[in-house]
Design a protein around this ligand. Structure first.
Ligand SMILES: *[C@@H]1O[C@H](CO)[C@@H](O)[C@H](O)[C@H]1NC(C)=O
Ligand SMILES: *[C@@H]1O[C@H](CO)[C@@H](O)[C@H](O)[C@H]1NC(C)=O
Ligand SMILES: *[C@@H]1O[C@H](CO)[C@@H](O)[C@H](O)[C@H]1NC(C)=O
Ligand SMILES: *[C@@H]1O[C@H](CO)[C@@H](O)[C@H](O)[C@H]1NC(C)=O
Length: 444
């Protein structure tokens, strides 16, 4: 504490570049509250929930990129949140006696960012955001009797990619959704969080899984549309940002993603940003990055891009829904804890995005509903973002009838992954990787 106070005092004397905290946090920092839209009466019949797929972006985190943000960056990160675990042997045991856990302790002063936090780690704030998501899901699905009040390996499936912030986000959400029962046996509950090798994980669009994705992104960045936009908007903006921050390297779109991440992580935590970065400049950076992302997500079309990208994940959800309809599967609750590049392409695949950057802890729900009336049993699918119902534009209504949903979903999932993913323009594959794909392991 005293260190922080000292720095703050120092700062007011020496850091002419620094400005004080803005009162209202950007939307990017995460939802402050959340209201779930309950099912309404529908003339088509009685709606009953059968299965739900929840897709989240991890909560608030430290900055993801290793490069320094700007000169005289005064942010000092204090990581309240840590992680503790033990090695376990059996896969089929869901309660164990725990006599000891091992805690990760990041050594202060030994990391890239000042303080005792790792790069891209979930913060305590991010943890609370996901716990709140879990509590809201509990109100929506446990208090209504859809899910039993305890975690059950037969009902609930948690999945994340193999990264610390997404794993901890799943854990935090799990605490809110299924608060651990006080144990009389002295045993601790074991909740499975499913992961896979990162190389071929489909929780984000992944060019290792589907090389055609890289072709499309390269084609987009070689298109006349992009070149025109780059010359008119991107290049002048990069020059302006480079000047405003006094950067000694040439800023690229990749670099702008990093700079934006620096600005957002600072703003969300009340750390000073250079006063040369005005609200107007912040807004234009955000507009440029959302434009670039959503343009790639729409190239060559929303559906084509999805089929080589996030469509792999959607296909898994669609399979699970069909298994429930066929009476062959019984998991009711699925969590996918991912990134902005999970949530944004996912919503966009359904053509239901708002063309904004998905905030920390943003959440999508895809509910499979049974529709029963006097003459018929049918199914429907409802899409919610931040608890608000969204009509899938392809569908005539929300919830979307199974017939319409099934027709549309087939246009956004790979039908024949080997053929769909085949590179058809090998000449374009030579040359630098497109911006986001170039960031390699540093996920935002
Ligand atoms: C950073 O701080 C140093 C020393 O206080 C100062 O000389 C320098 O001009 C500052 N850099 C910027 C970009 O403000
Ligand atoms: C939940 O688990 C606790 C402890 O294992 C048990 O005492 C309680 O009865 C369970 N509740 C339900 C609804 O199954
Ligand atoms: C029952 O549902 C079916 C299909 O959803 C519909 O065609 C039919 O009109 C409905 N019947 C009544 C009585 O609402
Ligand atoms: C997306 O939805 C809009 C309406 O919101 C519609 O005009 C447009 O044709 C749709 N695009 C695609 C590719 O489905």
């Amino acid at each position: 504490m005293s260190v922080k106070v000292f720095l703050a005092i120092c700062c007011s004397f020496f850091c002419s570049v620094a400005v004080s905290v803005r009162a209202d946090l950007p939307e990017y920092c995460g939802p402050q509250n959340y209201a779930y839209t309950p099912l309404r009466k529908d003339p088509r019949g009685e709606f009953t929930l059968k299965q739900v797929h929840v897709v989240i972006r991890h909560g608030d985190r430290t900055r993801a990129g290793a490069s320094p943000c700007w000169d005289n960056d005064t942010a000092e990160w204090d990581c309240l949140l840590s992680s503790a675990s033990i090695p376990t042997i059996k896969h089929d045991t869901h309660d164990i006696e725990v006599a000891r856990v091992y805690r990760d302790a990041y050594m202060a002063g030994r990391n890239i960012i000042h303080g005792d936090c790792g790069l891209g780690h979930l913060t305590f704030k991010g943890y609370k955001q996901e716990e709140m998501n879990g509590e809201n899901l509990r109100k929506a699905y446990v208090d209504t009797g859809f899910l039993s009040s305890n975690y059950s390996v037969h009902e609930d499936f948690f999945r994340t990619d193999d990264m610390s912030r997404t794993r901890q986000s799943a854990q935090a959400l799990g605490i809110g959704l299924f608060p651990p029962p006080s144990s009389s046996s002295g045993k601790a509950q074991v909740v499975d969080i499913h992961v896979m090798d990162k190389l071929y994980d489909d929780i984000e669009p992944n060019a290792n899984l589907c090389p055609k994705l890289e072709q499309y992104e390269k084609e987009f960045f070689a298109s006349d549309m992009w070149k025109k936009h780059y010359a008119e908007t991107t290049a002048p903006l990069l020059a302006e940002v480079q000047k405003a921050l006094g950067l000694k390297y040439t800023l690229t779109i990749d670099g702008l993603l990093h700079v934006n991440d620096c600005l957002m992580t600072h703003l969300c935590h009340g750390f000073a940003i250079p006063s040369s970065v005005t609200q107007d400049l912040l807004d234009r950076i955000a507009t440029e990055l959302t434009y670039t992302s959503y343009s790639t997500f729409s190239y060559p079309s929303i559906q084509d891009y999805s089929r080589v990208g996030i469509g792999f994940l959607i296909a898994e959800m669609w399979q699970a829904m069909q298994d429930v309809i066929a009476g062959e599967r019984f998991e009711k609750f699925y969590l996918y804890s991912g990134h902005d590049h999970t949530v944004m392409p996912f919503l966009h695949a359904f053509n239901a995005s708002d063309y904004k950057w998905s905030p920390y802890a943003s959440m999508v729900q895809l509910e499979l509903l049974q529709v029963t009336n006097a003459t018929n049993v049918d199914y429907a699918v409802r899409l919610l973002y931040h608890g608000q119902e969204r009509r899938i534009p392809y569908c005539s209504a929300s919830p979307c009838s199974l017939a319409e949903f099934s027709t549309y979903v087939k246009t956004i999932i790979p039908q024949d992954p080997v053929a769909d993913c085949q590179v058809t323009k090998p000449e374009i594959m030579i040359g630098p990787r497109p911006p986001r794909l170039g960031r390699n392991q540093v996920l935002f």
